[in-house]
Design a protein. Structure first.
Length: 338
């Protein structure tokens, strides 16, 4: 879809709404409304942060839509990072059984992952994305200029998801780094779109996108109880170490792949506050019990036999998972000090 086609759709909509958070609003909201020729759009500004991606926030957005007369011909523009695209897609897909929405990602992570693929949702009772829908935006606008105001820590968060594509699909993505990520930006999005296109509702092959996320989501959820929570990408970075470690033991991945990842992990976590210790092991394992990929009470893992050769629905013995978590927590400070 061209920008002119999108502007026409916005012009012909009964009402246009822009959902964003307070941080993005201060930097880009007026400019974005001008770029999209929707200066009259109703602004809905929510508090920033994953901790506000909740049903309560969704209710507040629905209340605003209702108050402002949103109908089935209205359209919602979700402008922000993954939290906003997840929340906004969920809100739009449920309001009056579904209105159209557009994603305008403003973080690297959202541009290469969160805003692509039609997964929407909110967190519930401390667990990631427990309530959600599958619904695609009519368009996802990738505007690299929006990254010019992004903090370096958020860039590193996005790099973790880009590296994930290297392990599950295309080894050239393993070359991505803080100095060259822009040349891989569109390719990363193409990889995800191709995977999603074969399995939109995640019944089979799309599950490869969960590489690093099984324990990654556990690390992320538990970090909300710490003084400085991890970003999603930092959590996935830890989760990928665990997935690679398990792959070495369980599916025969050469250990050199795990060893080569550890310098990348150090870079990805260079601005993180790692506050886990051995007392957190059981809490992390408890979070795994609520993972959405579980089947019949068992965790299902995405592991590798080689780079670019993922295996879905792996069942790993509980004792091995515990050992993996213990190894990760013990080893992380050592990796970061190298």
């Amino acid at each position: 879809m061209t920008n002119e086609e999108l502007k026409r759709i916005l012009y012909e909509s009964s009402r246009v709404f822009v959902l964003t958070d307070a941080n993005v609003a201060a930097l880009w909201l007026l400019e974005a409304k001008h770029w999209l020729s929707c200066e009259d759009a109703v602004e809905i500004v929510v508090k920033p942060g994953e901790e506000h991606k909740t049903l309560l926030t969704a209710q507040r957005v629905w209340s605003k839509l209702l108050k402002e007369g949103a109908d089935r011909q209205s359209i919602l523009i979700n402008m922000g990072g993954g939290t906003i695209s997840d929340l906004g897609g969920f809100v739009a897909s449920c309001y009056q059984r579904g209105i159209r929405f557009v994603n305008v990602p403003t973080t690297l992570l959202a541009m290469v992952d969160a805003a692509i693929g039609g997964k929407n949702g909110v967190d519930f009772k401390g667990f990631k994305n427990q309530i959600g829908t599958f619904a695609e935006p009519i368009e996802t606008l990738i505007m690299p200029v929006l990254l010019s105001t992004l903090p370096e820590r958020e860039l590193l968060s996005g790099l973790a998801e880009m590296l994930k594509y290297g392990y599950i699909a295309d080894a050239t993505m393993l070359k991505v780094g803080i100095d060259n990520y822009q040349q891989y930006l569109l390719h990363a999005g193409r990889i995800k779109r191709e995977i999603v296109g074969h399995d939109f509702h995640e019944q089979g092959s799309r599950k490869v996108l969960n590489f690093g996320h099984t324990l990654g989501h556990a690390f992320e959820s538990l970090s909300y109880t710490k003084a400085v929570p991890l970003t999603h990408g930092e959590s996935v970075a830890l989760g990928m170490w665990c997935a690679l470690w398990l792959s070495v033991i369980h599916t025969g991945l050469p250990k050199k792949v795990l060893n080569a990842y550890e310098p990348k992990l150090k870079s990805l976590l260079s601005m993180a506050a790692i506050e886990f210790d051995e007392r957190d092991v059981q809490a992390l394992l408890n979070h795994l019990a609520h993972d959405k990929k579980n089947r019949a009470g068992e965790n299902r893992w995405v592991l590798l036999t080689e780079v670019g050769c993922p295996v879905i629905d792996c069942v790993v013995p509980e004792l091995l998972v515990r050992q993996c978590v213990e190894e990760c927590i013990a080893l992380t400070p050592e990796i970061l000090s190298r």
